[in-house]
Design a protein around this ligand. Structure first.
Ligand SMILES: NC(=O)CC[C@H](N)C(=O)O
Length: 224
């Protein structure tokens, strides 16, 4: 798990993985990060470099991200959560861009998503259209992708959609998260590490965000 200046969800994400799985997980300062050392890479949420320029833009140009790009191209599992998703998009590992929220301000609330075209190590245990409840907390989460590109990938790449009426930020096509064609790289704006047990979830929501981490565990043990 890579930590940049301003990353603030790294501890939560390590805790989620350790509580839910038998996997080992550690936080690595970006300057010390060596991609080859790990079986999977997570870029957690936060405000890397204070979200200056655009969220994720500066971290995307770091040496650590050069390593991540190399590993991702070789098929290693890479997950970006919120600011991590912004960094993956800024690194061109995932298509599209993340624009400021339609409301023009930071939004923090629970939301509900469903999964299309589940594949790859992060979604191995997901059923088609599986619904997951997780909170979002961001200012720049409005996903944009042009219609041609969307058409080209919508039947083949994993896509996480906000359920009808749950789009908090004006994302195009209600997109909350997206994967590459192979599914080894996945990015999402909602926070699964804040929704991995029932006790973390408000009344009426399911704490089922652990699916991503349990899928990784299963995938690393048995393949995907
Ligand atoms: N929680 C996060 O990672 C989101 C923060 C994010 N950089 C933003 O758009 O505000």
């Amino acid at each position: 798990m890579i930590s940049f200046p301003g990353t603030n969800c790294d501890l939560d994400t390590v805790s989620a993985i350790k509580e839910l799985t038998s996997l080992d997980a550690e936080i690595v300062w970006h300057k010390d990060f060596k991609g080859k050392k790990y079986d999977a890479i997570i870029i957690p949420g936060g405000f890397s470099y204070g979200d200056w320029l655009r969220a994720g833009a500066i971290a995307a140009r770091s040496k650590a991200m050069e390593e991540v790009v190399e590993e991702a191209i070789n098929g290693k599992p890479v997950l970006g959560i919120c600011n991590g998703f912004q960094i993956l998009v800024e690194s061109s590992l995932l298509p599209g861009v993340l624009l400021p929220n339609e409301l023009g301000r930071f939004i923090c609330r629970w939301t509900r998503v469903s999964i299309e075209n589940p594949k790859g190590p992060w979604l191995k245990l997901a059923n088609k259209k599986e619904k997951i409840d997780m909170p979002i907390a961001h200012a720049e989460g409005r996903f944009y992708i042009d219609s041609e590109k969307f058409k080209a990938i919508s039947n083949s790449s994993p896509i996480i959609y906000y359920e009808n009426g749950w789009n908090p930020n004006g994302s195009f096509y209600d997109i909350a998260g997206i994967g590459n064609e192979e599914g080894n790289v996945l990015g999402l704006m909602p926070h699964p590490e804040r929704a991995y047990t029932e006790i973390l979830s408000p009344r009426g929501f399911h704490g089922n965000g652990g699916l991503f981490f349990k899928s990784l565990e299963d995938s690393l043990k048995r393949g995907w």
